[in-house]
Design a protein around this ligand. Structure first.
Ligand SMILES: Nc1ncnc2c1ncn2[C@@H]1O[C@H](COP(=O)(O)OP(=O)(O)OP(=O)(O)O)[C@@H](O)[C@H]1O
Ligand SMILES: [Mg+2]
Length: 331
């Protein structure tokens, strides 16, 4: 089946300018997002997942900045938008559900106010009555009782708050929703239910979802594709079935190999790789994973590999799958 492109991210970099030097949190990343897909983004804490998600909406605040790249959305480069167009883009076309919805919802506003305001900011001609009608349909669709429309955020459970955030994203018919750890603070049953609802909504509205999470089991169950991040790079990306069946990057192999044997810890992290993640102020030269890689070759500490599509379908950022002079020569 030919997939229709929604967004093409090209050579995107984000740098945080800190007192101890620049932190290269997203380093020359390129990938596509297709219409109506669920793309799971996984990787260790600190690898740059949230930074990448926020960068797609140009929501990087100082000391961070987008230091290179293009975000092509329906043939237009979002990087070129002025502030007005950017405000309209955020919310109407793409929106983000944050790790902690408590900090994104206004504690002084009721659920219906949040939704009506979201609609009226982006569609000033919509009457309050119509906005309320649309909001009610959406809230109902997300499995929240209509009696909750008058509730304030603190009167809702964590799961309900996250669904309100999702509703704000969906009520404007956004084409891309970025859900950053939207489910980690929930218990497993609530999480599975929200995951099911998100999938149904995707089917119904054709929205694309970038799902940022530590929960690989959830990605396996829900996502169409998976992108694995390591130290500011996407090291592997492809169809969930292909990547789980035959992970190519040594980091992905470690990550997925450890899934069944490891219990969730209190951060809901499913895996722990031996060795330490690199310091992103001084990332290792060449492939950033080479100090922890059991297959590392001399080239790996010298030159960075490219993210190249393999015959098996997925793309991988690793010298094991690319020609180079010292191939087959183990360190
Ligand atoms: N405001 C900031 N100032 C300086 N450095 C930052 C800032 N925000 C993030 N970073 C650094 O950027 C890197 C990527 O952080 P990011 O929050 O994107 O990771 P993450 O993959 O989302 O982690 P987690 O899984 O813990 O949410 C980390 O090294 C982090 O320390
Ligand atoms: Mg994060």
């Amino acid at each position: 089946m030919e997939r229709e492109l929604l967004a093409s991210i090209q050579d995107l970099s984000v740098t945080y300018h800190t007192r101890i030097g620049p932190v290269s949190a997203v380093d020359h990343i390129s990938f596509d997002i297709y219409k109506g897909e669920i793309l799971g983004l996984v990787g260790e804490s600190g690898c740059g997942k949230s930074t990448l998600g926020k960068a797609l909406l140009r929501m990087i605040d100082p000391p961070g900045e987008i230091s290179s790249g293009h975000i092509i959305f329906d043939k237009e480069d979002v990087m070129q938008y002025d502030d007005d167009r950017m405000r309209d883009f955020r919310g109407r076309r793409a929106s983000m559900i944050f790790q902690d919805p408590m900090t994104s919802l206004n504690p002084m506003q009721r659920v219906d106010d949040h939704l009506i305001e979201a609609i009226q900011v982006h569609e000033p001609k919509t009457s309050e009555k119509d906005a309320l009608k649309r909001s009610s349909i959406m809230i109902n669709r997300l499995g929240i009782g209509l009696n909750r429309l008058g509730s304030y955020p603190h009167q809702l459970s964590g799961g309900m708050r996250q669904r309100v955030m999702t509703g704000i994203g969906l009520v404007l018919n956004a084409e891309l929703i970025i859900a950053d750890e939207a489910t980690t603070s929930l218990d497993v049953i609530v999480e599975a239910k929200l995951a099911d609802q998100l999938r149904e909504i995707r089917n119904e509205y054709g929205v694309s979802l970038l799902m940022i999470t530590h929960n690989i089991a959830l990605v396996a169950e829900m996502a169409d594709r998976i992108a694995v991040m390591y130290a500011g790079h996407i090291v592997e990306i492809g169809d969930v079935y292909e990547v789980f069946e035959k992970p190519l990057h040594p980091y992905t192999q470690g990550l997925l190999g450890s899934v069944p044997s490891i219990q969730l810890n209190d951060r809901n992290e499913l895996f722990k790789m031996p060795g330490e993640p690199p310091n992103l102020t001084h990332p290792p030269a060449g492939c950033r994973f080479h100090p922890r890689c059991q297959h590392a070759m001399p080239i790996c500490s010298q030159l960075e590999p490219a993210l190249i599509k393999q015959s098996s379908g997925q793309s991988v950022h690793c010298w094991l799958y690319q020609d180079h002079p010292d191939k087959n020569e183990k360190r």
